[in-house]
Ligand binder design. Structure first.
Ligand code: SAH
Ligand code: SF4
Length: 448
């Protein structure tokens, strides 16, 4: 019934969702469906949603509401467009979404992604609407078919869920308890990616450092890194790391594993010990800085990025200045800054929060200026140096500018003569001379 039908996927949120979208795409293609780029071309539209912050919630609701005004594609053999909501909002709200959004046909959650094909078939064949959510699962998802956005780069989930319960965060409630993927399966998946020509593997998990804790503490994340490194893949990255669990053994790997890229995303969230405690992060600013020092000792050129929340309940000017201090001290190449967003059901939602909105916005702006200044300074250090760039595609359609990522995870732009030249570079790792640094990217030229 669905064979030959077209589908589009709109993804919100983190890399885990992006990877889940690749799996949705793989499963729907196994049904004989064809992926299309835009909603107007699609018979079936899937939204993979995020509820980490309120903004993502609002954007989803806006987009789904506007679906009503998009006409069916002319060649459609269906009497309507099927709208599906998956991911974290699907998990959180379940059947309530069918009530509030009458043109939504199917809601599924984070734990039953694998059921999507048959749920969708039921909706179409039986002309019903349905929500199917399960509370959690005790095993890791079996390997699902996937259709990767880029043939040469793959995400490899090693854990799902989170046990940390940072007080602001909804992830443990919508993604469930942490489950580690069997070690042998990770090894086999890495080897299979390499045989398919994958050049970069990014290991995924809400907190990759605690890998193995549910497997009686062993194997550990450093052993996962060794195994993936032994697959011979050219580049390894991982996200996300929790500072409280970043072990010396993992830090060591930045010196010993040649294919582990010299870049680490290590979310600090705040530079104030009082706020870190209220967030239940379970480390201090001093501990965080000691990790940075160790990392720089083993890998002096390591590029560091982070996440910061501004305006957590009770944050004072003093607390905020501590955050600014840590930003200055570390010298991040990239900082993702977020304004604290109240999430129902989390402990922070109950905390007294009387900082005026204008004060929070003003702090946010100050931090943003500091981050930009820092990123520009960090990028300046690459000028005149050689970078090895994995090219991904065009920076902007029709520009002839090829875009890729350096080993330090920085975006690099290279001007070419034509769109064809850009296409020819995609998927290759080549040396580039860095000529100029901007705030958010570097400009360079290919070394012939
Ligand atoms: N597991 C990862 C990612 C969690 S979500 C980690 O621990 O780093 C990604 C980022 O969103 C977090 O690092 C945090 O900075 C931000 N975030 C999470 N909940 C938030 C909230 N309620 N308000 C504002 N930012 C939030
Ligand atoms: Fe959320 Fe904290 Fe878990 Fe990250 S570690 S997903 S911020 S609870």
């Amino acid at each position: 019934m669905l064979s030959g039908a077209t589908f589009s996927i709109t993804t919100f949120g983190c890399q885990m969702n992006k990877h889940d979208s690749e799996r949705v795409s793989g499963m729907l293609q196994e049904l004989g469906m064809r992926p299309v780029e835009t909603i107007p071309e699609a018979d079936v539209t899937v939204f993979m949603t995020c509820c980490v912050r309120e903004k993502a919630d609002e954007r989803l609701m806006g987009q789904v509401a506007s679906m009503k005004n998009i006409p069916l594609r002319p060649a459609s053999r269906f009497s309507k467009r099927y709208v599906c909501i998956g991911g974290c909002i699907g998990q959180r709200d379940g059947a309530a979404l069918l009530d509030s959004l009458p043109h939504v046909d199917l809601v599924f959650g984070t734990h039953n992604l694998d059921e999507l094909p048959h749920l969708l078939q039921e909706v179409v064949e039986e002309e019903t609407r349905q929500a199917s959510i399960i509370d959690g699962r005790s095993d890791f998802h079996d390997a699902l078919p996937e259709s990767r956005e880029q043939a040469w780069a793959a995400w490899l989930p090693i854990t799902v869920g989170c046990n940390n319960f940072c007080t602001y965060c909804v992830v443990p409630y919508v993604r469930g308890r942490e489950i580690s993927r069997p070690f042998e399966e990770i090894e086999a998946q890495a080897r299979s990616y390499v045989s398919e020509g994958v050049k970069e593997i990014t290991l995924l998990g809400q907190n990759v450092n605690s890998y193995g804790r549910d497997l009686y503490g062993t194997p550990r994340f450093d052993e996962v890194l060794d195994a993936v490194s032994a697959s011979g893949v050219e580049r390894i990255r991982f996200a996300t790391s929790h500072p409280k669990d970043l072990s010396d053994a993992v830090i060591e790997r930045f010196a010993t594993l040649e294919n582990l890229m010299p870049a680490l995303h290590l979310p600090v969230q705040s530079g104030s010990d009082a706020i870190l405690e209220a967030m239940n992060r379970r480390y201090t600013a001093a501990h965080y800085l000691s990790l940075i020092e160790k990392l720089r000792q083993v890998r002096p050129d390591i590029a560091l990025s982070t996440d910061i929340i501004v305006g957590f309940p009770g944050e004072t000017e003093e607390d905020f200045l501590r955050t600014c201090e840590i930003v200055r001290e570390v010298g991040y190449t990239q900082v993702f800054t977020f304004i604290y967003s109240k999430r129902a059901g989390t402990p922070a939602d109950e905390m007294e929060d009387n900082t005026p909105r204008e004060v929070i916005l003003e702090r946010f702006e100050r931090l943003r200026a500091l981050v930009e200044e820092g990123a520009l300074a960090a990028n300046k250090a690459y000028e005149g140096h050689l970078a090895r760039v994995l090219f991904e595609g065009e920076a902007k359609k029709g520009s002839g500018v090829a875009m890729g990522k350096s080993e330090h995870g920085l975006t690099v732009h290279v001007q070419t003569e034509s769109d064809e030249a850009v296409q020819a570079l995609a998927g290759k790792i080549l040396p580039v001379q860095i000529d100029e640094s901007k705030t958010w990217y570097l400009r360079g030229s290919l070394i012939s």
